[in-house]
Design a protein around this ligand. Structure first.
Ligand code: 26W
Length: 811
């Protein structure tokens, strides 16, 4: 813990300001004040960082490295203040200097180096590893441009680059002396020396990988772990001097740019794989740099390379870092001279893999030619891995050629990364019970048959420190006042809140807190979207990436239907609602972008119709990111988790919403099932097809969406309105949505689930009318949310996969 009182904090802050800017505090602007504050906090953190590193180097405790192409960190200042336990002191000290802490916090640019669920999960995991005192570090890419900023212009998404480093980044430390060289292209020279084959990579293009380290502060335990992000630079002698001396200055610059492009930008696709060579380069770049630096560090502190797997665990977040497997093999075999079989045992024992999606279109498969020319030695190693693995398959499945070819790592002119990840790791996990079952029984059933012991489930979680303590201080205080503060370190203690749910005064407080959070959200909506919403209406929220399987369209159709029924029957007794959407569409995903336009068209029509706009309003909030989520989620009454069953691997916003006392309307998909099991049927509203029904339709057919369109008059009416000009003067604007639903048989069962969704929404209305009952439901959700803390998830990874000790005590 940082032990500092208000007075000395104030003094230290004034000094830091002077040191950084060389002017008086009162002459400074807010940006400068933010920088001074971040700088001061970083000083406090640095001491603990050093201590943690020293302890790790000495203790010989197993180190976990979480490899991920994405880390969606959001802002770091508030997190650090909270975890250091000095937020109140800092706030009071600054306020005596007439500086509002929140204003400074809001100046920090979100660190948005991720697309959505997978990247945010990685960020929650880092927080939990540090808070559980697990030596666990992140390894990724320092993208110069993060996930694009979304602007809505004329109802349409426009992408603007996210220049997040523009004002500098107070949290990172460039470590030029820890750089690594990553080699691309060239050829492999094979020699036979002293009865041994040797492999030398020649004529390659070297790329300098420079690490930037960010401290990850544990909660109240003096632990500071590291997120190491790699940036690509040209190896200086290679570009400027040689080319420049030949007078080819422009060529030198071009070369420099081409190298730097490797860490230039995050790919904004989160469910569709495109075989882009730059992405493959990014993957090898950070994986190779990361593995080299881990092994270098391991050896520096006396590690015996043959015991690598006892001291190091490397986790790969989806298949994106799968090249870690052949890269470890390369170092062990080519550089350390280990026998292949020994190296293979060490590698597979070191690496573990999480799958995050069953969408076939998201699976990474690289064309052999591309792979081979970019990574010639790594390709040879993958070929060798595949050769040996296929021999195993031939022994196991004699004569079953189709099966063997289906399971091969290299087949159909491609390298299949999921196959390599399964074969080369000792653990394969899904992210929710249903998802893991689908992997075992369906998507990966052949592999499950071959390696039953590798497969396991680790249901996702979220850090309650950011998603409750930081984002909802009012609710946190109510919880502390009732059940005490043990839930902070033991989140399942939130269960104790149940006892208070028969106390009317507690329920009353709960609903007042919700109202205050809704008012805050309403003012953000007014500020950002210029739409006035009623905080006394139900805040009905669907915020997440825009994707057909997440079915924002189902929500739209239901709003259109409600609108129809209000026009038909102006006296219809409904609870007034504000429908809030937010989320980004991949820039090349037409249907998703069109969905955003549809939401905005519906919003425009309804919000301007005085017959209904005192009862319903629709809002699309621009530029969804971590910080916006922190404002939206505490102010939500109803959490929309309405994906086509089987498609959402887990979902994590569902957990954030319940922890903040929202009621969920959901399909039995992903972790929604486990949420239902925790809160029981009375405290969640479930609708729609079950997994078995969906799987059976996909397997055997039998679904005909046009039948529903033709037989359900309400469905026909809303679907026809997509192309009637009612919501957009250009009648063809939403034609493709219409076609998908009616003529292409509605792949995501929107029409099939429509009736059941409308009924579920009516049930929500009925429940909401009974105020006390509703408040109890909210309270039950909070009380049962502890199990979804990522502390539980990380403890399961640590004991079940990584074999790391979990030590709770402080350093
Ligand atoms: C190759 C393009 C690409 C990029 C990212 C394909 C797929 C991805 C990710 C696997 C997508 C993703 O973020 N999946 C989400 O992971 C969350 C954390 O486990 C789950 O909660 C979500 O259900 C899942 O969609």
């Amino acid at each position: 813990m940082v032990s500092v009182d208000k007075k000395s904090f104030k003094l230290a802050y004034i000094n830091k300001f002077l040191e950084l800017h060389g002017i008086d505090l009162k002459e400074g602007n807010n940006q400068q004040k933010y920088e001074a504050l971040a700088g001061l906090i970083r000083d406090y953190v640095s001491r603990m960082w050093l201590k943690t590193n020293k302890k790790n180097n000495k203790s010989g405790q197993k180190q976990v490295y979480y490899f991920s192409m994405e880390f969606l960190m959001g802002r770091l200042l508030g997190d650090a203040l909270l975890n250091l336990g000095i937020r109140d002191i800092c706030k009071e000290a600054l306020s005596e200097l007439n500086i509002p802490l929140e204003e400074l916090e809001n100046l920090e640019h979100d660190q948005g180096l991720g697309n959505g669920g997978l990247g945010r999960l990685a960020a929650c995991f880092l927080d939990s590893m540090a808070s559980l005192n697990i030596p666990g570090n992140g390894c990724g890419i320092r993208y110069k441009y993060g996930f694009f900023e979304q602007k809505i212009v004329d109802g349409k998404q426009v992408e603007v680059s996210d220049d997040w480093l523009k004002e500098g980044n107070a949290w990172e430390m460039r470590k030029a002396n820890k750089s690594e060289i990553v080699k691309f292209g060239g050829e492999v020279k094979v020699d036979y020396i002293n009865n041994n084959l040797t492999f030398t990579h020649v004529n390659y293009e070297p790329v300098l990988a420079i690490p930037y380290d960010t401290p990850i502060v544990g909660y109240d335990n003096d632990v500071v772990n590291t997120l190491r992000l790699w940036s690509a630079e040209a190896v200086s002698n290679e570009f400027d001097f040689s080319s420049f001396s030949r007078g080819d200055f422009l060529k030198a610059i071009e070369y420099k740019n081409s190298i730097e492009s490797i860490s230039q930008v995050l790919y904004p696709e989160d469910s569709f794989y495109k075989g882009k060579i730059l992405r493959l380069k990014q993957q090898y770049f950070f994986v190779s740099a990361g593995i080299q630096s881990i092994i270098r560090h391991f050896k520096k502190y006396g590690g015996n390379i043959e015991e690598l797997d006892e001291k190091i665990a490397i986790h790969i977040n989806d298949t994106h870092p799968t090249l870690a497997i052949p890269e470890i093999m390369r170092i062990l075999v080519d550089e350390e001279g280990l026998d292949w079989n020994v190296a293979w045992r060490i590698t597979t024992n070191t690496v573990s893999y999480t799958n995050h999606t069953i969408l076939a279109e998201a699976l990474e498969k690289w064309p052999i030619d591309m792979f081979k020319s970019l990574l010639p030695r790594i390709y040879m190693i993958v070929e060798e891995i595949n050769k040996r693995y296929c021999e195993e398959l031939w022994n196991r499945f004699q004569g079953q050629w189709q099966k063997i070819s289906d399971m091969s790592i290299i087949a159909d002119g491609q390298v299949k990364m999921a196959h390599l990840a399964i074969v080369g790791s000792h653990s394969v996990n899904g992210v929710a019970k249903l998802h893991t079952e689908i992997l075992k029984k369906k998507e990966m059933s052949n592999f499950y048959y071959l390696y039953p012991n590798k497969f396991n489930n680790k249901t996702n979680g979220i850090t309650h420190r950011r998603w409750l303590l930081k984002s909802n201080p009012k609710l946190t205080n109510l919880l502390k006042d009732t059940i005490g503060d043990s839930f902070i370190k033991h989140p399942t203690d939130l269960n104790n809140f149940q006892k208070y749910l028969s106390d009317d005064s507690v329920l009353e407080k709960l609903s007042r807190i919700k109202l205050e959070n809704k008012k805050r959200l309403a003012s953000t909506i007014l500020k950002n979207q210029k739409i006035e919403v009623d905080p006394y209406s139900i805040f009905d929220v669907q915020v997440k990436r825009i994707h057909a399987y997440k079915r924002q369209i189902l929500n739209c159709l239901r709003i259109m239907d409600l609108y129809n029924s209000l026009i038909d029957n102006p006296d219809k007794d409904i609870e007034s609602r504000t429908f809030i959407f937010a989320g980004k569409a991949a820039p090349g995903y037409y249907l998703a972008k069109n969905t955003i336009e549809l939401i905005n068209s519906i919003a425009k029509t309804i919000n301007n119709d005085s017959r209904v706009n005192n009862k319903i309003k629709v809002v699309f909030m621009e530029n969804y990111n971590v910080s916006l989520a922190e404002q939206i989620i505490p102010g939500t009454d109803l959490s929309e988790q309405i994906s086509t069953t089987t498609k959402e691997a887990s979902g994590t916003s569902n957990m954030k919403f319940m922890m903040n006392g929202a009621v969920t309307i959901a399909t039995l998909d992903g972790a929604n099932i486990e949420i239902k099991d925790e809160v029981t049927d009375e405290n969640i509203v479930i609708f729609g097809l079950t997994a078995d029904e969906v799987l059976s339709y996909y397997r055997s057919g039998g679904y005909n969406s046009s039948e529903i369109y033709n037989s359900d008059i309400r469905v026909k009416r809303v679907v026809d309105d997509l192309v009637s000009g009612r919501y957009n003067p250009d009648k063809d604007r939403f034609r493709s949505i219409y076609e998908n639903l009616v003529n292409y048989n509605d792949e995501f069962f929107v029409l099939k689930d429509f009736d059941s969704y409308v009924k579920a929404q009516n049930k929500i209305d009925m429940l909401y009318k009974d105020e006390r009952r509703w408040q109890k439901m909210c309270g039950q959700n909070i009380a049962h949310s502890g199990i979804f803390s990522s502390d539980r998830t990380i403890e399961q990874y640590a004991t079940g996969i990584w074999g790391s000790e979990v030590i709770y005590k402080n350093l």
